[in-house]
Design a protein around this ligand. Structure first.
Ligand code: SF4
Length: 371
């Protein structure tokens, strides 16, 4: 009987854990989406409409202009102080030259200990295996389509797994837990164990803007109003882990909850980025978001900034033009003091809360002054 280890946010595992998962938990992995294209067409594919089927590239939330815009990948990795990268898609192997080029780039820039794992539904041939291994890939995570889970011999993955392992690449299987496929998932885990797979990662099945219709059609339901996850996916995962703990298996098995992904991995990653992108006028919240004042007006932004600095005697480093959002940013605590006067002059004043990510997603705005 193997001991079940509790992890963050109801995640759990039967050791060992992939080093990729350990880095991910600390927010130390860059998420590099190398294409949105994929031929697997999984009915539960959570990829957003913005990315799905499109040959787009994102370093975390930062979209590259084209595949040669590699400087953004390196800048993003530095901003989050990444110790590794997870290469994802779509299917990264549909653009294998690009994928290998990025793996080599990251290894050359950040050293051989920079841990890189890659997700794919399958690998075409031994040439691809060799190219990935020689470019420096540390771990491949296969995502076999659900039709194969109950009979993985049909996947013809065994020989490719062996080849990866002979070339020093670790191998994992990663799938979402469909609550009605418990027995097939256990068969998959037994097959993985027999085929020297190092780890099986079980993800809580999540709703997204692009998959909810398909999940509804199958009869899946929301776990509860506050969580965009499928009812019983977590319970099924726990049952699978318990069952596997009683079996004579060596493979590591990790259940990764949706709240672990959002509340721990993403939160840690944005906190790392926040401390490197925060301006002198920003306040970093406990969640890693940025609080700042924002002034809008029908006036040239440079004039508005200079006017605020001079009229209210504000230290210049606390007021800045924001060309992207067409406004002036400044310290929220200063804006709170002068917002009434600015409003009387016809300017709009807010305190905004934004992600410190490249897309600068705004999560909240409050009218200033707060009374
Ligand atoms: S393999 Fe991944 S990216 Fe491709 S369709 Fe399935 S879930 Fe979507």
């Amino acid at each position: 009987m193997r001991e079940i280890m509790e992890w963050y946010s109801s995640s759990m595992y039967l050791p060992p854990l992939s080093p990729g998962c350990e880095l991910c938990a600390k927010g130390e992995k860059l998420v590099l989406l190398v294409t949105g294209k994929c031929n697997a067409k999984c009915f539960y594919c959570p990829l957003s409409f913005k990315k799905r089927g499109k040959d787009k590239i994102f370093a975390d939330e930062w979209e590259l202009e084209d595949e040669n815009d590699v400087e953004k990948i390196l800048i993003e990795a530095r901003l989050i102080e990444a110790k590794g990268a997870g290469i994802t898609g779509g299917d990264p192997l549909l653009v294998i030259e690009r994928t290998c080029r990025y793996i080599s780039l990251l290894k050359n820039e950040f050293g051989k200990n920079f841990h890189i794992h890659l997700y794919t539904p399958n690998v075409k041939d031994f040439v691809d295996v060799e190219n990935l291994a020689s470019s420096g890939l540390d771990e491949i995570r296969f995502h076999p389509v659900p039709q194969l889970w109950g009979d993985m011999e049909k996947s013809r993955l065994s020989k490719k797994i062996e080849h990866f392992k002979n070339l020093g690449v670790d191998v994992a299987i990663e799938i979402p837990v469909l609550p009605d496929r418990k027995d097939d998932i256990i068969s998959l885990i037994i097959w993985a164990d027999k085929n020297n797979v190092d780890w099986v990662n079980l993800n809580e099945l999540e709703y997204s803007e692009s998959n909810y219709e398909n999940l509804d059609k199958i009869g899946y339901t929301l776990r509860n109003e506050s969580a965009a996850t499928v009812a019983s996916s977590e319970e099924t995962s726990v049952e699978i882990i318990k069952k596997c703990s009683e079996m004579d298996l060596d493979v590591g098995i990790h259940y990764c909850s949706s709240s672990f992904k959002d509340g721990v991995q993403l939160r840690n990653r944005i906190k790392r980025r926040a401390k490197n992108v925060a301006r002198p006028y920003d306040v970093i919240t406990e969640d890693g978001t940025l609080l700042r004042g924002a002034v809008y007006g029908e006036i040239n932004l440079k004039k508005l900034r200079d006017f605020i600095v001079k009229t209210f005697d504000v230290p210049p480093e606390l007021v800045e033009i924001d060309d992207e959002k067409k406004r002036v940013n400044m310290a929220a605590w200063v804006l709170q003091e002068i917002a009434s006067e600015l409003r009387e002059m016809g300017f709009e004043c807010y305190m905004v809360e934004e992600y410190p990510t490249a897309d600068r997603l705004e999560v909240e705005r409050i009218d200033l002054p707060v009374k």
